[in-house]
Design a protein around this ligand. Structure first.
Ligand code: NAP
Length: 291
C-alpha cells in the first residue's frame, strides 16, 4: 500500500513555481499577481484566503486581498470585480466562496474575466474543460489529476466511482477522468445522495474518489482489495486529545480502509495541500499568457 503524499507533491510544485518566478524576474518579465475577494467574516473562508496569500509570498507572487462587508450589495460587488477585471497588473483572481445569501453566486462568477478566472469556475472555462480544451481547470480536481500523474497511476479502463457531484470537485473530476487523455480514460460513475445501493458500487470500483464531507463515511467493508482511494473530504470532529478540541478527518476511515488499498490519500496531507498549489499554477499560467 502506498500513501500518496500530497504535502510533498504540493511542495515540489510550489518549488517549481518559485523557480520559474525567479527566472522570469531575472529575464525582466512581470511578477505573477493573484488577487482574492473576501466578503464577510466567515472564519474558514478567512483561513483559506490567508493560506492562499501566504502561499503567494512563498513562491514570490504579488498578492492583493479585497475585503468587503457582509452587507455589500451584489451591484457594488459586480462593480468592484469590474475594476479588478480591468486592472492590468492582476493576472488572476478568486472570489472566495461561499458568498452571503443576498448575493447571487452565479452572477458574480459569470462576471469574472475568463482570462483571469484562475479558479476555473466561469462557464467559458468550465465548458472548455468539459470539451477537453486547454483552460483553467478548477484547483481541487486539477490537484487530484496531478497526484495521479506524479504517482504514475494509470486509470486506463479502470472502474472509477466518484462520490459527490459538486460543481467544484465531484462533477469536474468525473468529467476529467473520463476524458481520452494520458492517465485518464477511466470508466466513471458519479454517485450522490440519491444514489441507490452505493455499497454495490463502491465494492465494484477499482478507484473511489470521495468528495462528500461526511467524516469516515467510507469503511473497510465498502471497498475491494487493491483499490485506489482518493479522499477529498475535510471534516472537523471532536477530539479531546487535541489542544484545539477537534481533529480533521476525511470521508474515509483511513486506519482500516488503507489496509485493503494499493494507493490512498491521507487527510490531512493528501488532496488538501494540492488545491493551493494548483491555484498558483493557474495564476502563473495566466501571467505567462500576458507576456
Ligand atoms: P458539497 O457541495 O456539499 O457536495 C457534497 C456532495 O456529496 C453532494 O453531491 C451530495 O449529494 C453528496 N453526498 C452527501 N452525502 C452523501 C452520501 N451519504 N452518499 C452519497 N453522496 C453524498 O461538497 P464539496 O464542496 O464538493 O466538498 C466535499 C468535501 O470535500 C467537503 O468535506 C469539503 O470540505 C471537501 N473539499 C476539500 C477540498 C480540498 O482542497 N481538499 C476542496 C473542496 C472541498 P447531492 O448532490 O445529492 O446533495
Amino acid at each position: 500500500m502506498t500513501i500518496i503524499d500530497g504535502k510533498k507533491i504540493s511542495e515540489d510544485i510550489l518549488n517549481e513555481i518559485s523557480l520559474e518566478v525567479e527566472q522570469r524576474t531575472n529575464k525582466g518579465y512581470k511578477t505573477p499577481h493573484l488577487a482574492a475577494i473576501l466578503v464577510g467574516d466567515d472564519g474558514p473562508s478567512q483561513t483559506y484566503v490567508n493560506s492562499k496569500i501566504n502561499a503567494c509570498k512563498e513562491v514570490g507572487f504579488k498578492s492583493s486581498l479585497f475585503k468587503y462587508d457582509n452587507n455589500i450589495t451584489e451591484k457594488k460587488l459586480l462593480e468592484e470585480i469590474g475594476k479588478i477585471n480591468n486592472d492590468d497588473d492582476i493576472d488572476g483572481f478568486i472570489v472566495q466562496l461561499p458568498l452571503p445569501n443576498s448575493i447571487n453566486q452565479e452572477n458574480i462568477l459569470n462576471c469574472v474575466n475568463p482570462n483571469k478566472d484562475v479558479d476555473g469556475f466561469h462557464p467559458i472555462n468550465y465548458g472548455k474543460m468539459t470539451l477537453g480544451i486547454d483552460s483553467f481547470v478548477p484547483a481541487t480536481p486539477h490537484g487530484i489529476l496531478e497526484l495521479i500523474k506524479r504517482y504514475k497511476i494509470d486509470l486506463n479502463g479502470k472502474k472509477c466511482l466518484v462520490i459527490g457531484r459538486s460543481q467544484i470537485v465531484g462533477r469536474p473530476i468525473s468529467i476529467l477522468l473520463s476524458q481520452s487523455k494520458e492517465f485518464c480514460n477511466a470508466t466513471v460513475t458519479l454517485a450522490h445522495s440519491r444514489t441507490l445501493n452505493l455499497n454495490e458500487l463502491t465494492l465494484d470500483a477499482d478507484v473511489i474518489i470521495s468528495a462528500i464531507g461526511r467524516p469516515e463515511f467510507l469503511t473497510e467493508n465498502m471497498v475491494k482489495e487493491g483499490s485506489i482511494i482518493i479522499d477529498v473530504g475535510i471534516s472537523r470532529v471532536k477530539d479531546d486529545n487535541s489542544n484545539k478540541g477537534y481533529k480533521i478527518v476525511g470521508d474515509v476511515d483511513f486506519k482500516n480502509v488503507s489496509k485493503k488499498t494499493s494507493f490512498i490519500t491521507p487527510v490531512p496531507g493528501g488532496v488538501g495541500p494540492m488545491t493551493i498549489a494548483m491555484l498558483l499554477r493557474n495564476t502563473l499560467l495566466a501571467c505567462r499568457k500576458n507576456d
